[in-house]
Design a protein around this ligand. Structure first.
Ligand code: ACM
Ligand code: ZN
Length: 744
């Protein structure tokens, strides 16, 4: 495709040197319309309409956004040649168009194009469909657009089709926000959820509290450099208006009671202790939160919200509500007094009190509250809309209580996650309506969002590669009803979007990881299977840095220790980076595991065989090899088949205390020949490294002396259980992460 496109571009340069340059460089495409999101109904005719510079645009008198709509078409029309024959593009408001305010109808005959809708919102979506058709049917050699005769009737499945942009962990300037508004609109997404306040930075100017931009908007990076930024009120007004023109509502998120350390750094009286703290320069969940016992906290939040409501016309205001550790409240006299005075049961009910009080304030001012699903804990405030992120179960619970819901589960919607967790196909499989939701509750599911948390998205290029192409699948599942969902044809449509995205300077990323490297077990032998991320990828592999890559055809025997590397090619060109998997052959490989404690479903590491599959984990704790135990100890028995003589046992444990993952306190090994009588072989109390920041893997090596014959091996690792008191998330459950039990 790209080669054809380049050829066309060159040809065009030769033929049309004196003509205006094309605003976009897209080549003639034949075939049926390729639209993302797909439309609800499309009838194709025989002939075609030629859009040229001479096409006249007419608006019914009562249409207000004439100039803006004209400029949308000019983006394409200005690049075209004139035509002797004048033809017409007509815009009409027609109350008979079915499907709600966002519905539109597009009639293209050989003589004219008519876009009709019962509102200007619908007309704008009609224009976006027309633009997609124009880019698809642009003939670069004649500089005309020949669109097939057709009739489209279209409307969205969900009213809430959003993207969350976190501008706090990393700041994105006004122009990047506008670029994203343009792209969202082009693909008929209608919500920008703007995450504006965080522990790591406050990004919105508030007149009454100037230190929010003087202090809270800036942090000292770990290198010591000042990092930050904010949007002035003028910037925000400009962006809100820009978005509104393009059918996009911006929902501001002002986080409370947690994720508020930047505000507390500016105004320490907002916290329980009143102690001075810094704007955070690390990632995680932090225990400095707004004091719920202080009325002055509520005064502050209400004053901020008054200015926020003045800037944002959105019906909804998002107040966060997630990840608020209760440690400070448990130890604060004012918070404890509030619990007593209000007759609350515990700190969860205090959180519910906090949210309900803010909700009343918003409702009084004519706005509705959205909060993350933690706002269900301790009782949901009366009119709240819940954004479900820890799976979809909380969203379902809220819908069953007749509350509105936005679905953005980590499983499908967290585009900050890498492709190994969420690829294009996974997003395409997303359905915001859970299968077991009663039919009369489905109306409460407003739609969904993809979330771009920016801890690991420092630049515009990183952002582009995280968002695209995955958001194309998100828009398709939110706009189009699920009938006839076919990934293969969707995938082909995605390919045809790339020239457009390139022309808009979008540094789009990959559709999938090049391959999954999967352990296979058959008849006591271990093999490794390579599964291409996409059906059109060719895979090759090598077992050693110095080897040549060989084409993968059949599963590889797992009879070597080392690093398996895999390279993929798409149409003969390298696709993505080389993937690598550390492999270790050992005596417990393929043993039968018997768990006496439960690993957590979020981090299964490959399931029951995870600790005996020979696959070692990397520094990425989401790489699929790490098995996690949340709050619980690890206790497992391995049945080794026949008796084996063992001399030592290795474990790798993972620590990343930002994510509440700690080394275990101790490890013990026991042996048995019958699975009943156990003898302790070795044990170790691990050095306390809990305070070390950053990610690291800690090998623990236990010697068995003298060498011992075993048939059953029991391993126990003691969890620290709760996050320690000094930690920003003190009191939460702690994780143990382990990848393999290596027996020699
Ligand atoms: C969230 O991801 N903490 C909403
Ligand atoms: Zn307090």
């Amino acid at each position: 495709m790209k080669n054809v496109f380049l050829l066309c571009a060159c040809f065009l340069l030769l033929l049309n040197c004196e003509k205006e340059p094309l605003a976009i460089e897209i080549c003639l495409q034949k075939g049926n319309p390729s639209l993302i999101p797909d439309v609800q109904s499309l009838l194709l005719g025989e002939g075609s309409f030629t859009l040229s510079k001479s096409t006249e645009i007419h608006f019914q008198n009562n249409i207000e956004r004439k100039d803006f709509f004209t400029s949308e078409i000019s983006e394409i029309q200005d690049s075209l040649v004139s035509n002797a024959k004048v033809n017409h593009l007509n815009f009409k408001i027609n109350k008979d168009v079915k499907g709600g305010l966002e519905a539109y109808k597009l009639d293209i005959s050989s003589k004219s194009i008519e876009v009709s809708a019962n509102s200007e919102i619908g007309l704008f979506w009609g224009i976006q469909t027309l633009k997609q058709l124009c880019y698809q049917y642009l003939d670069s050699s004649t500089l005309q657009v020949q669109i097939p005769e057709l009739q489209i009737k279209d409307h969205p499945r969900f009213e809430h089709r959003g993207m969350l942009l976190d501008v706090c962990r990393h700041f994105f300037d006004k122009n990047i926000v506008k670029k994203y508004i343009d792209l969202l609109a082009y693909y008929k997404m209608n919500i920008l959820h703007w995450h504006l306040t965080e522990d790591q930075g406050w990004r919105i100017e508030i007149d009454k509290y100037p230190k929010l931009i003087d202090v809270a908007a800036w942090r000292a990076d770990t290198s010591g450099e000042k990092y930050g930024g904010y949007y002035s009120k003028e910037d925000i007004r400009e962006i809100v208006e820009y978005a509104l023109d393009r059918n996009i509502t911006i929902i501001p998120e002002i986080e409370l009671p947690g994720h508020s350390q930047a505000a507390i750094a500016a105004y320490p009286y907002l916290s329980c202790s009143g102690d001075s703290v810094d704007v955070v320069n690390d990632w995680g969940v932090f225990k400095e939160i707004y004091c719920a016992g202080n009325d002055s906290t509520f005064d502050f939040i209400e004053n901020v919200l008054l200015e926020v409501m003045d800037l944002f016309p959105s019906k909804y205001i998002h107040i966060g509500g997630d990840e608020a550790p209760k440690y400070r409240w448990e130890n604060c006299e004012k918070c404890q007094n509030r619990i007593l005075k209000e007759g609350l049961k515990d700190e969860h009910e205090l959180q519910s009190y906090f949210i309900t009080r803010i909700e009343k304030f918003l409702n009084k001012n004519g706005r509705d509250l959205i909060g993350w699903d933690e706002i269900l804990e301790g009782g949901l405030s009366p009119n709240a809309t819940v954004q479900s992120w820890r799976g979809m179960e909380h969203g379902k619970t809220a819908a069953e209580q007749d509350h509105k819901v936005i679905m953005s589960p980590t499983s499908h919607s967290y585009f900050d996650y890498d492709l190994a967790s969420i690829d294009l196909k996974k997003v395409y499989e997303f359905n915001p309506i859970t299968r077991d939701l009663a039919e009369d509750k489905m109306k409460y599911i407003l739609g969904g969002e993809c979330n771009l948390w920016s801890e690991h998205i420092p630049t515009e290029e990183n952002l582009d590669s995280k968002v695209f192409p995955r958001i194309l699948a998100m828009t398709e599942v939110l706009w189009r009803y699920p009938k006839e969902r076919n990934f293969k044809s969707f995938y082909d449509k995605v390919q045809s979007q790339y020239p457009f995205l390139k022309s808009k300077n979008v540094a789009y990323g990959l559709e999938s990881v090049a391959a999954s490297i999967v352990p296979l077990y058959s008849m006591g032998k271990s093999k490794i299977k390579l599964e291409p991320g996409l059906t059109n990828l060719e895979l090759s592999y090598r077992k050693n840095d110095s080897d040549e890559f060989v084409l993968y055809q059949n599963p590889i025997f797992l009879n070597f220790s080392g690093k398996l590397q895999v390279q993929a090619k798409k149409n003969g060109k390298k696709y993505g980076p080389i993937l690598s998997q550390n492999i270790r052959v050992h005596k417990a490989l393929n043993s039968k595991p018997n768990y006496f404690s439960n690993y957590n479903s979020w981090y299964e590491g490959g399931g029951d065989m995870a600790l005996v599959n020979g696959f070692l984990g990397s520094l990425d704790f989401r790489d699929g090899n790490w098995q996690g135990f949340f709050g619980d100890d690890l206790e497992i028995v391995l049945e080794m088949g026949q008796k084996k003589t063992i001399s030592d046992v290795w474990f790798n444990f993972y620590q990343y205390n930002n994510a509440w993952i700690f080394l275990p306190k101790s490890v013990e090994i026991f042996a048995s020949t019958d699975g009943k009588i156990w003898e302790k072989l070795a044990g170790e109390v691990l050095k306390d490294k809990s305070k070390i920041r950053g990610k690291f893997i800690e090998p623990v090596h236990l010697l068995i002396y003298p060498e011992t014959e075993v048939k059953f091996l029991k391993i126990k690792a003691k969890n620290v259980s709760v996050v320690p008191n000094w930690h920003e998330a003190a009191g939460s459950k702690a994780w143990i992460f382990i990848d393999e039990i290596i027996v020699h």
